[in-house]
Ligand binder design. Structure first.
Ligand code: CP
Length: 330
């Protein structure tokens, strides 16, 4: 990396801190926070895998109580790229022996950590734990609630695709298992903050009650929702959360809502296809569209995940104000 790129990052970072100490929901992110995270992420993207010494002396533990490929590996590589020491506890942790999430988090916090990333099947675990540890807690996905860093990498991917880098007035169509999706929980809030027009398409049984309160339109025919879209965002049918009980069968779901070439062609010519992963090929999205099609930005989302996570880890572990986070010990 050139000295210029590093200087640019340091200059951006020197401006200000985020308005929050922990990240459990994107509703904590104001417009200035979002601009700072995205600017830093773009700067980090230029640095690729170059090792930077920005967080030397900081430590991070990943507490992942649900499986992950993308989120865990990119948080870990991102942390290492900015010189943080990292470790992981997972489904093999002492939670299996009956230790509570709270005792687990406070045990880890006794290592004087800078950051704990948390993934849990239960909504609210990161938010609850953040009130009882000194480390910054980042929600890496909690139940059906939110997945904030996924939402951030998604909007970075969308904005960078658009010529004017602005989602205002652009149409984003989200298709699939909205009900069980923490990805949707974060993405919809950020899309509304950025003034995008949002459509959702799903079987009625995959729609949360009062979802229209987000200011979107619902469609039961995916073709109608896709027409004229600028971004097509497919979600995974979440079998592990019992989604199978909400649809007649995966085959029928795929026939009615799966993204095929013909359906993608209903969107605008330069529309992009996105999916948070892991993709269930030929259920959520037709296999030929997943990674080889020029409209697919799915691997670009993965790349942007590294950039966003480096930005967030740096911002939350090295605060400029020098204050320690106020927290409650039981
Ligand atoms: N998108 C996402 O959270 O993927 P992983 O479950 O692989 O982390």
């Amino acid at each position: 990396m050139s000295q210029g790129s590093e200087d640019k990052l340091l200059k951006l970072r020197a401006k200000r801190d985020l308005s929050f100490f922990d990240l459990h929901s994107v509703s904590q992110i104001n417009d200035d926070d979002l601009a700072l995270i995205l600017d830093l992420a773009r700067g980090f993207r230029d640095t690729k895998t170059e090792k930077l010494n920005f967080c030397k002396g900081c430590s991070l533990v990943h507490a992942f109580f649900e499986p992950s490929t993308r989120t865990l590996s990119s948080f870990d590589l991102s942390a290492k790229n900015i010189s943080m020491d990292t470790n992981s506890v997972s489904s093999g942790s002492s939670v299996k022996k009956g230790e509570s999430f709270l005792d687990t988090a406070q045990t880890l916090d006794a290592y004087n950590l800078s950051v704990i990333t948390i993934r849990a099947a239960q909504a609210g675990v990161p938010e609850m734990l953040s009130r009882h540890v000194g480390a910054a807690v980042i929600n890496a996905g909690d139940g059906w609630h939110e997945h904030p860093t996924q939402g951030l990498l998604d909007v970075l991917t969308m904005l960078d695709h658009l010529d004017n880098k602005d989602l205002k007035g652009k149409t984003v169509t989200i298709v699939g298992d909205i009900l069980h999706s923490r990805v949707f929980g974060s993405l919809i809030r950020l899309l509304k903050q950025l003034k995008a027009t949002v459509r959702i398409a799903a079987p009625e049984t995959f729609l949360p009650a009062e979802v229209e309160k987000f200011g979107l339109t619902t469609h039961y025919r995916v073709e109608e929702a896709l027409e004229g879209s600028d971004i097509v965002y497919a979600l995974r049918v979440q079998k592990e959360r019992g989604s199978g009980g909400f649809i007649p069968s995966l085959r029928e779901y795929s026939k009615m809502f799966g993204i095929t070439r013909a359906r993608l062609d209903l969107a605008n010519d330069n529309a992009i296809l996105m999916h948070p992963g892991p993709v269930q090929r030929d259920i959520d999205v037709h296999s030929a569209l997943v990674s080889l099609d020029s409209q697919s930005h799915i691997l670009r989302q993965v790349e942007n995940g590294m950039a966003v996570r480096k930005a967030l880890l740096w911002l939350l572990s090295k605060r400029l104000d020098g204050k320690t986070k106020p927290y409650e010990r039981l």
